[in-house]
Design a binder for this molecule. Structure first.
Ligand code: B16
Ligand code: MG
Length: 214
């Protein structure tokens, strides 16, 4: 029986991938190259540091650790500038309604995100108070598919992993849920997220009835 839901942020609750893409693209362009929106898919759910490593690889550019830190800070400043203008209208269809329905049913709710900017995003779209616990990139040291972020979420909610379900749009996130001994719902395509217990195209397709079949 499910007692808690743990939600990824980017791609599940909001679509911040487009802002990440704009900021990384601007950085790449300054360095003299470009990358496609298709390549950007590979950055979803991936940490800031690792994202930069991948992008520099695509551009065939080598940078020292110190330079990388500077570049990541620059990208983040542009990104934060964009997300500081986010509004509640940017919550993905059905996301707020489903989280509210879970709360009304007495389920515990946590965020499990790789982002270090999750606090600001939740604040801007006005849903901070829907979460009993927020575990994000500031609180974890191991990236998905390591289950750390979700296990910390379960612990904060005081619910055993087997009674938690994770909602994720990235395959590494579904693997993290499985590695943590949790149920998982994939948000996106079954071709990519086939390992999940259930795959839907968005939280507007989710219901408490479906949750109870997991
Ligand atoms: P930040 P999620 C992830 O969010 C994004 O999908 C990924 O593209 C980003 O690099 C990562 O957060 C870190 O974000 O630079 O804000 O710390 O899907 O785990 O909610
Ligand atoms: Mg995501």
């Amino acid at each position: 029986i499910i007692k808690a839901c743990i939600f990824d942020l980017d791609g599940v609750i909001v679509d911040t991938a487009v802002y990440h893409y704009k900021a990384w693209k601007r950085l790449a362009n300054e360095l003299g190259f470009d990358f496609s929106e298709e390549a950007n898919e590979k950055l979803k759910g991936v940490s800031r540091v690792r994202s930069l490593e991948l992008i520099l690889q695509w551009g065939g550019i080598a940078k020292t650790k110190a330079e990388q830190e500077e570049l990541a800070t620059k990208k983040n400043a542009w990104y934060v500038d964009m997300i500081s203008h986010m509004t509640p209208a940017e919550i993905l269809p059905g996301a707020k309604e489903f989280v509210e329905a879970c709360r009304e049913a007495g389920l515990k709710i946590a965020l499990g995100s790789a982002s270090k900017n999750s606090g600001m995003i939740l604040e801007k779209v006005g849903i901070t108070n829907l979460f009993d616990a927020v575990i994000d990139g500031n609180k974890v040291s191991k990236a998905k598919p390591d289950p750390e972020v979700f296990l910390k979420g379960a612990e904060a909610l005081n619910v055993p992993p087997a009674e938690c379900v994770v909602f994720e749009d990235a395959i590494a996130g579904i693997e993290a849920a499985i590695n943590g001994g949790m149920k998982s719902v994939g948000i996106g395509s079954p071709d990519v997220l086939g390992k999940a217990d259930l795959v839907i195209s968005g939280l507007n397709e989710m219901s408490l009835e479906k949750l109870n079949t997991l």
